[in-house]
Design a protein around this ligand. Structure first.
Ligand code: NI
Ligand code: MN
Length: 227
């Protein structure tokens, strides 16, 4: 499987021949000015919650990918259907479903969620992917929460994509505790540097993870990694 980083919390996961785009916020992100959202092709669009910095480019993605299946919670799927896009798959917390690329479980996040037009976004979540014999936890926007221990109980992810920018979500120190809870030593950071309150010191963050016996990767925007 391959993972491409498009900045902030937006990733493209490619597995079993399918492209899964998560939380598109590219055109408003100055740090991602090299990326053209109109170049992105995907088979699935996953949305963790309704905030602008996770759904800003939904219309562009749907315009360019009319056949993509949108996966999110029940309330956000209602908002997507209101746009006239009917290829959808609603989920809710604790539920897992087998898609043609692998399984997705929608898991708890402690945060808030409203869509940019004021529509209620339901409760925010994260995703646990199982595909090609690997497990990836994408936390979404969340505080550190004891519920993360459940993920370490049933999954033990090979890779965790965690928010580390603090202020709106966990910061580095809490993300390290999270990685203990989920029993995963391989972390990719997200939700940092995009806005002034979430700017972080990259070297300090990596050093803190190293001291805890863990690896933090901060992917270059536009870069791709194989797993
Ligand atoms: Ni948010
Ligand atoms: Mn956010």
């Amino acid at each position: 499987m391959e993972l491409t980083y498009f900045g902030h919390s937006c990733f493209l996961l490619e597995t079993n021949g399918k492209k899964i785009l998560i939380d598109p916020f590219i055109s408003p992100n100055e740090l991602a000015s090299e990326i053209d959202v109109n170049d992105i092709r995907c088979d699935y669009l996953l949305l963790s919650h309704g905030h602008e910095d996770h759904v800003a480019d939904v219309d562009a993605v749907l315009k360019n990918n009319k056949d993509c299946k949108v996966v999110s919670n029940f309330e956000i799927i209602g908002w997507i259907q209101g746009k006239g896009h009917e290829n959808v798959h609603p989920m809710n917390h604790g539920g897992k479903f087998e898609f043609d690329f692998g399984s997705v479980k929608y898991v708890n996040a402690v945060h808030s969620s409203v869509l940019p037009d004021g529509t209620y976004g339901g409760n925010p979540g994260g995703f646990v992917f199982e595909s090609e014999g690997k497990t990836i936890y994408y936390a979404g926007d969340t505080a550190l929460t004891m519920d993360m221990q459940l993920i370490g109980t049933y999954s033990k992810p090979d890779l965790a994509i965690l928010p580390i920018g603090d202020n709106f979500t966990m910061g580095v120190d809490d993300a390290i505790i999270c990685s203990d809870f989920i029993k995963c030593d391989n972390v990719i950071g997200m939700h940092y540097d995009t806005f002034p309150p979430v700017k972080i010191d990259h070297e300090e963050a990596k050093t803190k993870f190293n001291k805890a016996g863990k690896n933090l990767e901060l992917m270059e925007i536009g870069s791709k990694k194989a797993y």
